[in-house]
Design a protein around this ligand. Structure first.
Ligand code: PMP
Length: 351
């Protein structure tokens, strides 16, 4: 570490994003993006807006927040948007976590939760998933900590039912519970309606997966107005123009094009089920997914080897070295054609 780097952060282990090769020579099934382009209405909105890039964007992101609120059936003052849901999650860490309480999250979950814990100097408790890789709601009852729970969880793909989510929120009345619904549009149950009932619930979402806009960097949170006001306090103390002009109009247009959204998510769910069935046919254990990815392993075949062999054949999937999940690979659902290529190559590799 250089002599000028913060001593307090000297032990920081940054989040490691999935590989992002810039030459597009791979079938890219490693970072849970959509294989489909953004809605044509997004392209139109972006090109109409680009001539105004000399002017700052709306710090209140009104056009975007109104479109989100309308689509989700909540009030506009219950929404804050940000530069990807990563930024919104960071705002939650800044606004709602303290030295004496700290945070908790499942031990196998989104890799950013423990990184933020370090960046913001918090005490973190990683709560083990059950043996079958589920979040056990009982482990989060009266935790005394701010809880971050991805639902559905990543990289497992497994979803908690709404009753379980509600129980966690209800049993932590003095702590914020953040439900990260990055993948909820692929078959999970959203906790958004519960935000009216509970003043300690924040639901975080992203446009990166189901709205085909990973490169647009748009995320948002839904919660009661008082919590959104506090998140805005952080945002306006950190990066008031956090959404650029193109992101604001792109997000609004994507939210308004419900038909395109349903077509894309419906197709991904169909292809996911087809792929899961095929993988099971050839002897894979596939966890039950409500997301746009599958978490799968083949007994006697290491996850790392499968990842490496697939990469040699031009297909990128994600492998994690963490002990408990090192036998698995995480496979993003692409187009049907891409998944057929994947299945063909997997069959060759395991032969
Ligand atoms: N939460 C979870 C569970 C995720 O998997 C991701 C994507 N890596 C994010 C949040 C962040 O998404 P984004 O910043 O692209 O909105």
């Amino acid at each position: 570490m250089g002599r000028f780097f913060s001593k307090r952060l000297s032990g920081l282990l940054p989040y490691v994003p999935g590989e992002q090769p810039q030459d597009m020579q791979y079938i890219k099934l490693n970072t849970n993006e959509s294989p489909f382009p953004p809605s044509p209405k997004v392209m139109e909105a972006v090109s109409a807006e680009s001539g105004k890039l000399n002017l700052y964007s709306d710090p209140e992101c009104k056009v975007l927040n109104n479109a989100i609120a309308k689509a989700l059936g909540v009030e506009s003052d219950m929404v804050i948007s940000g530069n990807g849901s990563d930024e919104i999650l960071a705002f939650c860490y800044m606004a709602f976590c303290d030295d004496d309480t700290g945070v908790c999250y499942p031990d196998i979950s989104y890799g950013f939760y423990p990184v933020f814990k370090d960046v913001f100097f918090l005490d973190g408790k990683a709560i083990p998933l059950t043996d079958d890789f589920r979040v056990d709601p009982d482990d989060y009852i009266a935790s005394g900590r701010t809880a971050f729970i991805a639902n559905p969880n990543a990289p497992t793909g497994i979803s908690l039912c709404l009753d379980d989510v509600e129980r966690i929120v209800k049993c932590n009345p003095d702590n914020i519970v953040v439900i990260d619904e990055a993948y909820v549009d692929f078959g999970g149950d959203t906790a958004v309606p519960l935000t009216y009932k509970y003043d300690n619930l924040i639901v975080v979402r992203t446009f990166s997966k189901s709205r085909n806009l990973a490169g647009g960097r748009i995320g948002f949170a839904v919660a009661q107005k008082s919590l959104i006001d506090e998140l805005n306090k952080i945002k306006f103390s950190f990066n008031p123009y956090n959404e650029d002009r193109l992101a604001i109009v792109a997000g609004a247009a994507a939210m308004e094009d419900d038909e395109y959204f349903k077509k894309c998510t419906g197709e991904i769910i169909r292809v996911r089920e087809m792929t899961a069935a095929e993988l099971k046919n050839i002897g894979f254990d596939v966890l039950p997914s409500k997301t746009n990815f599958l978490f799968a392993k083949k007994e006697g075949f290491s996850g790392e080897k499968l990842y490496t062999e697939l990469k040699k054949r031009g297909i990128l999937v994600r492998h994690f070295k963490t002990e408990r999940i090192k036998d698995f690979v995480r496979i993003t659902i692409g187009t049907e054609e891409q998944m057929n290529v994947l299945l063909r190559e997997v069959k060759e590799i395991i032969k």
